[in-house]
Write a protein that binds this ligand. Sequence first.
Ligand code: CTP
Length: 406
Amino acid sequence: MVLGVAGGIAAYKSCHIVRGFTERGHAVRVVPTESALNFVGAATFEALSGQPVATGVFDRVHRVQHVRVGQEADLVVIAPATADLLARLATGRADDLLTATCLVATCPVVVAPAMHTEMWNHPATRANVATLRERGVTVLEPAHGRLTGADSGAGRLPDPEQIIALSLLRLAGRELPQDLSGRRVLITAGGTRENIDPVRYLGNRSSGRQGFALAEVAAQRGAEVTLIAGATDELPAPCGAEVIRISSARELAGEVTARAAEQDVIIMAAAVADYRPTVTAPAKLKKNSESAPTAVELTENPDILAGLTAARRDGRIPADTVIVGFAAETGDERASVLDHALRKVRRKGCDLLMCNDVSSGKVFGRNRNRGWLISPDGSSTEVPDGTKLEVASLILDSVVRITTER
Ligand code: CTP
């Protein structure tokens, strides 16, 4: 693959991207712009990639590099892309090796812009991004956060691992169309924690990865995403999504309910505890003392998903809101994984249920997932083994299909 690097301060992060791709077994040819070399030396790129580095069309002319590099690429990733590079790509310039390569390449092209918020929001940049997207280039949404200097806002380069994962999604043949543009999507992720005392809680094994992947892909497909997350592995915030942190099921219920009526799509990927301790001890429970419990009495938590579909039936949230549930199932002597899932989609009243088989720890904490998408009419679609981003993009394809049918 070709990794293009333009001349912005975030160019230093491109070294991690080269590493990430080569560690996954990909051959990476780094093509910096001349100004990128003000930030990272050619020697660094050559050492990390094991391949020569050139910036101009007149370097090693006998090898016709300005054509060959693009022709041989399976994927072109440009990270970071500056406002200037976006303008040159949009107007079809070919005044250095990177832009010439992009004109030749027929493979997927992923561009990760990084610049100051004012430049990102400027009508010229917006128009260039729109032009590139129309031509099928995947222009990633930048992250929000600290920029060069003291200011912060939209325009940060996403985490190198996020760029790698989204690029590999394109390499796997999944597009990131802007088909959720203008849609409000609420996603819950991770596990809830139900306190026993200030030190202990009842929790579960959810890593939050599938919910974060859904938020990442939905935001990259143009949605206005709110991600409500409980306990998760340490994961970078999905670019462009508003992230709200909660701990218990009741806190989650409060945050979801407060926002539900404004959403076009609600995806309940969180692993919500069905029960909480009836009493949370205000001070740490001590063993060998009078307060030492011999049992924890439990009270049922609200079923958030069932509450949402009931609210939709009652007209408290709009009838065309698409509501998606998740089910982590193991088969048992009474029913198979799929039978349990079909009963659940009907019981909960949602439009779609993503069902995983979690027997023998097949999903938790992994980067891959598989399962079935179940509809209330009993139809099911197999979701083949793939990264959680690939699974997210299939789930969102189904969501888009349902929204356009309504
Ligand atoms: N869910 C919820 N509120 C709860 C429990 C679950 O909103 N109190 C949601 C989950 O986010 C998920 C779906 O319901 O989208 C299914 O969760 P699951 O735990 O499999 O369902 P349960 O109703 O708890 O069924 P089970 O008896 O299999 O635990």
